[in-house]
Design a protein. Structure first.
Length: 151
């Protein structure tokens, strides 16, 4: 897999499908089921051998059947800070991560000086040396699809 796209989204997580060794963001459409659509990056390479389709919003996507994929997955990163759980939302320079509080003690999070964005979301920026248990959480959609379709 080309690592550029994965690296660009690494600490935020995302959804990728790998076709012929190249990673693409993907989407889906009930009208195209069971196909998924590969979404090339702006000015990036397009998938070889697939017919382009134009969405109602004017975007060009490339429908592909899951059996043609090398990989298909969703992922996100989690960590703990001061013993509480967070979901990473991206890098904050070389030595810090942005994160969203994933625990159930909002008053603790606010008391730590984190920012309350709305009623349900509390965020902050965390120095890497204060972060523990940084881990990628990956869901293998291709394996699940193969299991569901006995392939």
């Amino acid at each position: 897999m080309n690592d550029d796209l994965y690296e660009a989204w690494k600490w935020r997580g995302g959804r990728l499908a790998v076709y012929h060794g190249r990673a693409y963001r993907f989407g889906g459409s009930a009208a195209l089921a069971p196909l998924i659509t590969l979404i090339p990056e702006k000015d990036g390479p397009v998938p070889d051998g697939l017919e382009p389709r134009t969405t109602t919003s004017g975007a060009t996507v490339y429908p592909v059947h899951p059996e043609q994929l090398d990989e298909w997955f969703e992922w996100h990163w989690t960590f703990t800070w001061r013993g509480e759980p967070f979901e990473a939302q991206g890098a904050a320079g070389e030595d810090a991560l942005h994160g969203r509080y994933a625990g159930n003690n909002g008053s603790w999070a606010i008391a730590q000086g984190l920012e309350q964005v709305d009623k349900y979301e509390v965020v902050g920026t965390f120095p890497r040396e204060q972060i523990a248990d940084l881990a990628e959480q990956r869901r293998d959609l291709l394996a699940r699809w193969k299991e569901e379709h006995a392939r």
